[in-house]
Design a protein around this ligand. Sequence first.
Ligand SMILES: *[C@@H]1O[C@H](CO)[C@@H](O)[C@H](O)[C@H]1NC(C)=O
Ligand SMILES: *[C@@H]1O[C@H](CO)[C@@H](O)[C@H](O)[C@H]1NC(C)=O
Ligand SMILES: [Cu+2]
Length: 581
Amino acid sequence: MTTPAKPLPLFFALIIILLIPLISLLYNHFSVFTAIKFICRQTYKPPHAKENGLVKSSSEKDKSRLWRKTFIGFKNIDDSSSISRSISLNISECFPVELPSDAITPTHCCPSKPSFSKFLDFKDFASPSAKLRVRKPFHLLDEEDIAKFEKGIALMKALPDDDPRSFIQQAKVHCAYCNGAYHLSHPFQDTKFDIHRSWFFFPFHRWYIYFFERILGNLIGDPNFALPFWSWDSIEGMQMPTYFTNLNSSLYHKLRHQKHLPPHVVDLNYASNSNYVPSHKQVSYNLATMYKQMVLASTTELFMGSPFRLGDNPRPGPGSVEAAPHNTVHTWVGGAETPHHEDMGTFYTAARDPIFYGHHSNLDRMWAIWKTLGEGRRDYSDQDWLDSEFFFYDENANFVRVKVRDCIDTKNLGYVYQDVDLAWLRTPPTSRKSKLLRQTKKAQVRSWKPRKFPLVLDSITSVIVKRQKKLRSKEEKEEVEEVLVIEGIEFGSDKFVKFDIHVDDDEDRLSNPDETEFVGSFVNLYHGHGHKISTSFKVGISKVLENFEAEEDDDLLVTLVPKVGKGDVIIRSIKIEFIPK
Ligand SMILES: *[C@@H]1O[C@H](CO)[C@@H](O)[C@H](O)[C@H]1NC(C)=O
Ligand SMILES: *[C@@H]1O[C@H](CO)[C@@H](O)[C@H](O)[C@H]1NC(C)=O
Ligand SMILES: [Cu+2]
């Protein structure tokens, strides 16, 4: 009585109706490249999280095997295959960039005089016997150094706007490479290139400011001119230099946060709505932050950012220093009144403020210093990274192609950094909480109903994360870092996002940046509008667990603390990985 009369014929009719469009689509349009695009898009997506968030994603190797199989037309190719997946850009076309709808400086970021059909390969390596240019910290520049720097910037600003060496054209280079003006070569022409949130962050910016330095030196007639750096990591360098605020100086820039002018101490953990703390406290927060970003980032990926090869998600995840102090100092300098903290606080305008180049000179220095901190720290040796390429205009307005491999030693490019005391290296964070309190808090959260993933990060959120391995041997810890992975961090590309990550902390009395429980921050600056960003973030925790005497624990208590963009972020999973150093 309750069974409908003719369910079966209806069911088949439905199936056939659904299949017809699918079959005709396949018949007419199926091609290998459609398949590639389809399958590669699949790898863009973060693995869909299961309830407990402890799903194993396919490893980097699996993904790459999938890609190769696909690219070679579904044949089985083993991993020794040497097909390059290094990034090459199609510079014959420069697209309008993604700008905010409320952009204060609507701009077209493509070069005004493209000479795309002809470019030179970079060959201008410093000879081993040549005198090295020494980049000095802002706070140790003498009158003459400052005058030279000011004169160079003034001459650059005085060049015609369409000269590729002019200040405005140089600023647009950053906008073009950050806001999607260049796309990858065929068959990935739909992928917009973005030098942030991947292993390209350091090499791209190294090349970029290298050419900026060469242009400045050329304009002032001093081939030994060295771009100074803003050492916000040293106690003496933790404020904007006063010569940047002199109205008569070419270094002056109007669109800056007026409360952050000297002698205000920089906040390396700045979140646009941060509370101000007394200067001495801010200094100790900053030193501990530097220690964490440089020392806890013990593996190449943790420091440099994650691999991005042809066919991958173009934003796999930033390294420690890119998230902070890079992003945080950008926001700290940028205007308080402008919609996206223009100019420094957002990529499309950041390089219009002359302090940008000193900021990135120091970030470049952090890369050089990180490699000297030992315990196996070294650059990627991956061919896909080494062979990736970018294009810049040099001091003679030639269009030059450069490769990542040629910038990994600054001496190759003719410069080094002046040594400055690294006080942060002696200032590790400390913990003020007892082991008993930590265990009690953890037990409390363990007794709660487990959080369901994906979760919307709209308030302070604590989750228990299982550890697969405990009590590792000393040798193993020297070779493999235990890493907390926040995976599938999703938000609109127009969002400014910051959340802090705490381990084994107390939700009700969260630790400060100079305490061990505060292990890192994820920060995203405004990026464009209209698309979703999916990325990941990784933090090394071996030393933290050692410090807490928590190496026997079965699980970790992870607390995410949204600071900016509450409710705008979705987290797909939180897990632990073991990454070789
Ligand atoms: C580069 O872009 C141009 C213009 O869209 C196109 O004709 C050309 O095929 C592209 N080349 C590659 C290698 O992708
Ligand atoms: C700026 O220049 C003006 C006029 O050239 C001069 O009177 C003034 O003292 C200068 N100010 C500073 C801070 O150098
Ligand atoms: Cu930057």
